[in-house]
Design a protein around this ligand. Structure first.
Ligand SMILES: Nc1ncnc2c1ncn2[C@@H]1O[C@H](COP(=O)(O)OP(=O)(O)OP(=O)(O)O)[C@@H](O)[C@H]1O
Ligand SMILES: [Mg+2]
Length: 541
């Protein structure tokens, strides 16, 4: 399901959620009349909520306390020693707070009414009517404010989901196309060096080709990160216990973070197992610890926790998580560092977003974490504020499944080349051309087709039964797995090697995600392609 769809589903599911009860209402009264607080207190005597009233006697003191943002509602007298209540409301509304104001006036008038509402007051109550009206006005005002706030939060959540989906699609598309280009660049560079090897490895051409390879390798690293973020990298999930991941990494932690940071670990008992890729989970853990370290240059406390949590709609709503209710294993990594302001928090998961100096951060740490966790069916919450530190909580769905033994790896190839017949099907011309060339050079008889349909026509017309099919997974028309199924009917002994740059449709590949279907990830090198082919051809049926 797309992020936006999932967010929409959660929003609809929770749209009936009740507004929270008003239990304690913290009131700031701005009024210089010494009797005012007592008057308000009497007016609220029978109110269905507890109240805490603080008094400020001037406009300027009032504004300061509004900025401190520790109250739920503001009652403002129109006559203040250093200005008018309307003036205070107008100033506070211009960016200081979104919380509600009720204006208290001597006598109302059409002018006051209009001015107060233009300034952003939620209501106004004439002072002689306070006993009769104030309690009701406060209740209605707070209810409206809560409802508006909830709507605002939902819109924010949806906007965030749409943003991540759009960036994810862009990143995935770029990575997909770059994988094909990089396969060609790396491949042809290798073909050149293979030819040079025999002559003079220290020639300037050899060095220049090595530079091309270096640059291309760095580019593939970047492509891998983009794929991870766009949730399209191939994962090798197993059933695992996050405590094992955490304990393994805790041992190497001192070397990573240095001794100016104290570490405590509280790993929960009987932690529910999850389905995730162990090496990717290590990556997640490491990225979060590195961020925590960077946030505490002067030292501090790193806290690593795991626990089982049952997330209900209420808890999911509190952390704006777009995952279904149920049991989750939680991993949290907390620091006592700088924390993030709202603008940073909003963009923290974007690839390339970093607040670190040039050359220090790539801005891919949290983007990678996000992609891995999202692709594994989990969610992340950033609990952070400037000066208060950051706690990152990760939730992965609990599973009842028991760990399965890993399939043995294919045996290592004994040779590089061979004389078998291979059919290469790939819609990208340069990738196909490269594979064909690399394999022919190693002695194979190679046929090629640009699409699944073309491959089937060729097989029917020629009657040739290749030993091995090398095919792209995602192609326009017939997909790799469907092509393999059709060709296997004509040729039951056919072996298959899938090649792909990303998991656009992981299910199309059945078990390839689980490591039991021979699969080669782009970008690949001619020699890795040749080795994989050899080990498939040599492995028993
Ligand atoms: N624990 C944290 N405390 C404070 N700010 C954080 C924390 N984790 C992330 N951030 C903020 O989020 C930004 C993005 O984090 P991210 O891990 O994606 O990239 P980075 O750490 O800047 O670079 P990279 O991880 O690629 O080296 C950081 O630059 C920082 O501003
Ligand atoms: Mg980082």
């Amino acid at each position: 399901m797309s992020r936006t769809k999932e967010a929409e589903r959660v929003l609809t599911a929770t749209s009936h959620r009740r507004l929270p009860d008003l239990t304690v209402v913290r009131i700031l009264l701005v009024d210089d009349d010494p009797q005012a607080a007592a008057l308000i207190d009497i007016a609220l005597a029978d109110a269905p909520f507890e109240r805490v009233i603080e008094v400020a006697t001037t406009l300027s003191r009032g504004i300061t306390r509004v900025e401190d943002d520790v109250h739920d509602i503001y009652l403002i007298d129109q006559q203040l020693p250093d200005g008018t209540g309307i003036e205070l409301i107008r100033r506070a509304r211009a960016g200081v707070t979104s919380k509600p104001f009720i204006l208290l006036t001597g006598y109302g008038s059409g002018d006051i009414d209009r001015e107060a509402s233009l300034a952003g007051a939620a209501d106004y109550v004439e002072k002689h009517m306070v006993a009769a009206q104030l309690e009701r006005s406060i209740r209605y005002t707070l209810r409206n404010w809560q409802a508006a706030r909830m709507l605002h939060d939902r819109e924010e959540q949806l906007r965030q989901a749409q943003k991540m989906e759009a960036i994810g699609r862009l990143a995935g598309g770029v990575a997909h196309d770059f994988n094909n280009l990089l396969t060609a660049i790396i491949g042809y560079a290798d073909l050149i060096s293979e030819r040079l090897d025999s002559s003079d490895p220290s020639s300037s051409i050899a060095r220049e080709v090595a530079e091309i390879r270096n640059a291309a390798d760095r580019a593939s690293g970047l492509t891998r990160q983009l794929l991870a973020f766009s949730r399209k990298q191939f994962l090798n999930p197993t059933i695992l216990n996050l405590n094992d991941t955490a304990s393994g990494l805790l041992q190497m932690l001192p070397r990573v973070i240095g001794d100016h940071i104290r570490t405590t670990a509280q790993l929960g008992d009987d932690l529910a197992r999850v389905k995730a890729d162990p090496s990717q989970m290590e990556q997640v853990f490491l990225n979060l610890v590195l961020n925590a370290r960077d946030a505490m240059p002067m030292g501090g406390q790193l806290t690593i926790r795991t626990a089982n949590v049952d997330l209900d709609e209420e808890l999911l709503g509190a952390e704006s998580l777009s995952i279904p209710p149920g049991r989750y294993a939680m991993l949290s990594i907390g620091d006592t560092g700088t924390g993030m302001d709202a603008a940073t928090r909003d963009r923290a998961f974007e690839p390339f977003f970093t607040t670190k100096p040039k050359g220090k951060g790539t801005g891919f740490g949290l983007a990678t974490v996000y992609g891995i966790i999202d692709q594994s069916g989990g969610a992340i919450y950033l609990d952070t504020a400037p000066g208060r530190g950051t706690t990152v909580r990760i939730y992965l769905p609990a599973t009842e499944a028991t760990p399965e033994p890993r399939k043995p790896e294919l045996p290592p190839a004994t040779a590089d080349g061979g004389t078998e017949t291979i059919l290469v099907v790939e819609d990208n011309d340069s990738v196909r051309g490269l594979a064909v060339k690399a394999l022919r050079r190693r002695g194979y008889t190679v046929f090629e087709a640009r699409s699944g349909e073309e491959a089937i026509d060729w097989a029917l017309a020629s009657g040739i039964k290749p030993h091995l099919l090398v095919t792209d997974v995602v192609m326009p028309g017939l997909s790799g797995p469907n092509l393999a199924a059709r060709l296997s009917k004509l040729n039951p002994a056919l072996r298959v090697l899938y090649v792909s740059g990303y998991t656009d449709d992981a299910s199309a590949l059945h078990g390839a995600n689980h490591g039991d279907v021979p699969f080669l990830q782009k970008p690949f090198t001619p020699s890795i392609l040749a080795q994989r082919i050899r080990s498939i051809l040599e492995s028993p049926e």
